[in-house]
Design a protein. Structure first.
Length: 292
């Protein structure tokens, strides 16, 4: 039996229970989360990782609440599907939620549009009233180091490097102004569609300095690709909305982002391609040189 059979069954049976009969099963993404297109308009996201650090549906419920708040306020986001209650649902042991299908276009988004849409989302998130965990993706990565050590996935020196940067980042960023954030604001969670540029995947949402999301979206351009023009244009478009960026907070968030991504790499990519191994090597060497 293919490993995706049970998650697919969980999604299709849940859709049927709400009166929607799937007429296709198009796999859009197959990773820790399985993303399926089940009808012309219906997309299901199913959590396949039953052994990872995130279990249960509490974090999925946060994502649903944030996504609904954003969509109701007209933010540039992919909305949840209107014909199925938001849930989160759980069937056959798999957490599931449902989204409206949007049509991706191949055109790369302009950096200005990236900055403007992220600013719009942040403005709407400011009115999100439900409590969110503080700096959750960073503190989660700190706990993840124990798993990496137990499984022998990183040498001791690498674990100490990551722990040092993550601890410093929590201490520095904790005293800054916080607001609800996307949490994982990179280009993979931003879709250029026939409905415009839309943000998606709010599962990492937490409360922290707005500079965290900005560091996340510019990290590859600024550090990996040395594409300073793109990074600068994103930041300038964001600031055009009237919000000032704290440069020290942005730099510390850049360090924290690299540490978080490095900690997650062995979990997300247990059999990494040569390209991914090179990216991990680059981040770790950059972290060895990075200073606040």
């Amino acid at each position: 039996m293919p490993v995706t059979d049970l998650p697919i069954r969980a999604a299709t049976e849940t859709a049927i229970a709400y009166g929607i009969t799937p007429d296709r099963c198009e796999i859009l993404q197959d990773g820790n989360t399985l993303v399926l297109r089940l009808t012309e308009t219906l997309v299901a996201r199913v959590v396949q990782d039953r052994d990872g650090p995130r279990q249960g549906t509490a974090w999925f419920a946060r994502e649903n609440a944030v996504a609904q708040h954003l969509a109701r306020s007209g933010a540039p986001v992919i909305p949840m599907h209107p014909d199925i209650p938001p849930g989160p649902h759980e069937h056959l042991g798999y957490p599931i939620n449902f989204w409206r299908f949007v049509t991706r276009i191949d055109e790369e988004p302009a950096p200005e549009a990236v900055g403007r849409t992220l600013f719009h989302c942040h403005q709407v998130l400011n009115s999100f009233a439900e409590p969110l965990p503080q700096l959750a993706i960073i503190t989660e990565a700190m706990h993840l180091l124990e798993t990496l050590e137990r499984r022998g996935l990183f040498p001791k020196a690498t674990l100490e490097l990551l722990d040092c940067h993550l601890t410093d980042s929590v201490n520095i960023l904790a005293v800054l102004p916080h607001q609800p954030l996307h949490g994982d604001a990179h280009y993979g969670n931003l879709m250029n569609t026939t409905d415009g540029l839309l943000w998606t995947d709010w599962e990492d949402t937490f409360a922290g300095p707005l500079e965290w999301d900005l560091a996340s979206i510019i990290w590859n351009a600024r550090i990996l690709d040395e594409d300073h023009d793109t990074a600068d244009r994103i930041l300038e478009a964001y600031q055009a909305g009237g919000t000032r960026i704290d440069r020290k907070a942005l730099w510390q968030s850049m360090i924290a982002r690299a540490a978080v991504m490095s900690a997650w790499y062995p979990i997300l990519y247990p059999d990494p391609s040569p390209e991914r191994r090179e990216k991990l090597r680059f981040r770790l060497e950059w972290l060895e040189r990075a200073k606040f």
